[in-house]
Design a protein around this ligand. Structure first.
Ligand code: NAD
Length: 250
């Protein structure tokens, strides 16, 4: 048993409205690299090259973005044991929802109903036109890139098209932030999983839960920026810790 896992289970045992807050670390065991972990994307790529401003104003940035989407493996990834453990918790009636920073759609792919998932940073499986808001599954657009359109445009209006994810410099989705806040205030325990808890405003969500009285458990490999605020920090791989935790609770 991992150090602190027993303590986390004891702390969560009598709780009835658990809220999960997930980050890139829950999906590394599905083969998707995180941003700031030891193998993180930002160790290889400069994030300032991929701002919303650069995407809109620079065809080279868009071309590189489509190539990176194809190579990232995100579009083909499958859920892992951590995603599935959260589904088990949902089925048991103890999970009030999942607020995720992830854009991979793996919580829903694992079997959570879409109403149980709040996506703060969007979903990479969908592409939208920035001008007329027409939309397509990302695989349809990737097929166009593969067929030779390096910088595909909207077939309806000629506008720039982009995966439905929030880039640096882009506004947060208002309804999702509101929903996340409602869930945070209503939960009696917050479990943050696989996140450095360093990206704001998303990282306010667990803080809001803690400040309104929820117990706070962090499951992560490596330090987070909120370790000092948690009731228990469980160091370990989400794919091992979560199934053990859910087995004990559900
Ligand atoms: P982050 O990269 O800042 O932090 C990830 C944390 O998870 C690190 O501390 C890392 O050591 C830890 N970790 C890695 N593998 C783990 C595992 N198996 N079990 C437990 N912990 C593990 O990620 P973040 O805090 O989510 O913030 C970065 C931003 O990255 C988010 O806004 C998100 O939109 C974006 N992102 C998403 C994906 C995805 O959708 N899968 C992937 C990369 C980045």
């Amino acid at each position: 048993m991992k150090p602190n896992l027993d303590r986390a289970i004891e702390l969560l045992r009598d709780k009835e409205r658990l809220l999960a807050f997930t980050g890139a670390g829950i999906s590394t065991e599905s083969g998707i690299p995180d941003f700031r972990g030891p193998q993180g994307v930002w160790k290889k790529v400069d994030p300032s090259e991929f701002t919303f401003d650069k995407y809109v104003n620079n065809a080279e940035t868009r071309i590189r973005s489509w190539e990176m989407r194809k190579q990232s493996g995100v579009l083909d990834a499958q859920p892992n044991t951590a995603h599935r453990a959260l589904v088990d918790l949902w089925v048991s009636g103890l999970l009030s929802g999942v607020v995720t920073q992830n854009i991979d759609g793996l919580h829903q792919a694992a079997g959570l109903p879409s109403e149980a998932v709040v996506e703060l940073h969007g979903n990479v499986q969908r592409v939208e036109c920035l001008e007329c808001e027409a939309g397509w599954p990302t695989e349809v657009v990737i097929a166009r890139v593969d067929a030779g359109e390096a910088d595909p445009r909207c077939p309806e209006c000629g506008g720039i098209i982009k995966v439905s994810v929030i880039s640096f410099g882009q506004a947060m989705p208002v309804l999702e932030m509101q929903r996340a806040s409602e869930l945070a205030v209503a939960c009696d325990a917050m479990v943050a999983i696989g996140s450095t808890l360093s990206v704001y405003p998303a990282a306010y969500v667990p803080l809001e839960a803690k400040q309104t009285g929820a117990r706070y458990v962090i499951v992560n490999q490596g330090a987070t920026e909120q370790d000092h605020l948690a009731d228990v920090v469980v160091e370990g791989a989400a794919g091992e810790v979560l199934p053990a935790m859910v087995d004990a609770l559900a």
